[in-house]
Design a protein around this ligand. Sequence first.
Ligand SMILES: [Cu+2]
Length: 434
Amino acid sequence: MTISRRKLLTTGLAVAGAGLAKKVHAQPSPPATAPAAAPPTPAGKGSVVVPNGSLLPWTSRGGVKVYHLVAGALKHEIAPGLTIDAWGYNGSTPGPLLEANEGDRVRIYVTNKLPEATSVHWHGILLPHGQDGVAGLTQRAIMPGQTYRYDFTFDRAGTYMYHPHSDEMTQIALGMMGMIVVHPRGGPQAVVNGRRVRDYALMSHEWMVPIGTRRANPLAMNDFNVLTFNSKSFPGTAPLVAEVGDLVRLRLANLGPMDHHPIHIHGHHFDLVATDGGPVPPPARHPETTVLVPVGTTRTVELVARAPGDWALHCHMTHHAMNQMGHGAANMIGTDTRGLEARLGRVVPGYMTMGQAGMREMAEMDMTQPANSISMMGGKGPHGVIEMGGMFTILKVRDKLPAGDGDPGWYAAPPGTTAVEATADDLARDGIKP
Ligand SMILES: [Cu+2]
């Protein structure tokens, strides 16, 4: 049997983990020093901020807010190095966030530029039967080239979603989903109980993008390898920012195909204040650090920014905070592969096995990547490699943010407050024998 060098390398790199890999120093480093991508949507007067996303514009016609969604194909960058062919709305995935106020009468036009029929369901909104957007059940499907009109009134404040109810397995898998935020009557509250409100929307998604390709596979039921917040994987995720004492509201939504996501915050506790079913009564609220966001739900949590720092915010499923993991690799942890390397080195010069001591080395070395793929673990942080990817972002809390509430950069902890290697004196003083 002949082993093609190309095949070996491709296989090894594709699993990007406990398999084969070739070390090459001439290649550029994995992308990203800071996890800043596109700047967050500028906050209006209390408007929702969509990291890496945008708000859907509207016009007022005779007291009615008029919106226009255009379903179609687009190219989307998940993180520097990985661009996919996706479907979405108005050129983005997720589609722009639709923001309105309780009591608003709205008219939403939906144009279908997809190659197949679609419809839009207004998930969680209480509305008349004929506006519910279920193709075949409540309306005819919107055929390619057609524009439909939806008319209804947002009668409850809350966090909701929109998505196709026509071949939704394909359309959602390819990126068609969006969020809806309905503020209380009178508009967003920029200040609550004397605290400035930082209102953020993050939509979870999961994709199966075979390594080196550009198209998510809608038939996938597991082995999702690209996990995203607002369709971005770390280090492509833009940070969230707040000042100490601010009320941070996180509107979390999940329209991924299959998986629920336990979203975890560092350095803070939060209260679950609402779901897409309505507000949680104050006596029922309790502190958590992780909230499960099941498929087809929204969860709104609130916290008070407690202390300056760069606080991780991520899905706690370990495979959801990684990039493009392969699942077909042998488990090499603890194995002695020196003999293997010597033999394979004869046919693949420079061959090395990886993963014997864990996966960290994958993040540390400059490795060749197959075309259109991103490294398994995130990017470089202020203290070395951040061994995370996927559904991971950072809440950056500062005493004072830069003008315009931009990315303040990495947090510089006060001298003497960062964990460091223990000294011999430390060990002797406390009787520790490593
Ligand atoms: Cu998850």
